[in-house]
Design a protein around this ligand. Sequence first.
Ligand code: UDP
Length: 345
Amino acid sequence: MIVAKMELAPQGVYNRDLRNSLRILVTGGAGYIGAHTVRPLLARGHDVIVVDNLSKGYRHNVPVERLYEMDIADTAALASLMRRKQTDAVIHFAAFIAVGESMRVPERYFANNVCGSLSLLTAMVQADVKRMVFSSTAAVYGNPQTTPIPENAPIQAVNAYGESKVMVETLLRWFDAIHGVRSIALRYFNACGADPAGDLGEEHEPETHLIPLVLRALVSGQPVTVFGNDYDTPDGTCVRDYIHVNDLAQAHILALEHLMAGGASDQFNVGTGRGHSVLEVIRTVEEVTGRKVPYVIGARREGDPARLVAASRKLQTKLGWKPRMSDLRRIVEHAWQFAGKQQMA
Ligand code: UDP
């Protein structure tokens, strides 16, 4: 039995030779972080299927034979698919992510993110699938009192998106206590960069994230707006913890293998512990591309905390995770390489 075999793997160690194939269902696997996780899962020999309704994800991000175009709200279809595929575990990415939109139409976020996750968990129980890695967010901490933020900091989301993820973390607690579904929630900071292979990267529509917007400004000549330069930070612009999407993907794989090796439910931050300001990001883009970034200083964006940096020791010590690509220069190089391929396409 697969679980028994996995128990032979040393706990908390990323064992590259581990070749026990798991059958994994990835929701939202055609999206940005999901697709970057599917790739190394397949490379490690796991058998992966993707459930995505393609409302945000892209067909071209996933091998066609692995994609099931399905909505996570469809409990019966999910349960039937998991039974048929004898799924061992789920990695759950499918969710809406735009903070601003969540404050205009919160119902969309609670329906898709919370009710969708409830439907998925219900299907898992029906199909007897008892392991989940969940894509959570640093937004669960709201405006933190201390940085770097530890996992035991108060949970106090300040927007509907963050609250929807808090609610799913709550569901996970009860599904563990009552149904024995073991889960790891990964609370991400700023996911960015692209697979160095160059054919997979960030393609949000509309795009709201800093690095792709700065790269677009370079290409279009239309200035990007820096949201405020009067924060209490060294250069007055907001500081964030930028994590390369491939390092983030690795955290999911470690979390999954930890659960399969008998690990208990838990929550981990995924960040580097280092912060960079908006102007530092712009400067790094200029260094990497050798071009001047057109930008203007604008008003603060509502709800932006001055500084968000993760304390990520727990993930490093408990799961043996190490950020390997999350140097800002490298992140920008990979994002720029992907942007170049996009323009040529
Ligand atoms: N930002 C900015 N201009 C933009 C987009 C973002 O100045 O057009 C800033 C934003 O205020 C934040 C940082 O860049 O301090 C990262 O924002 P992003 O939306 O990428 O991620 P978030 O921190 O909101 O998750």
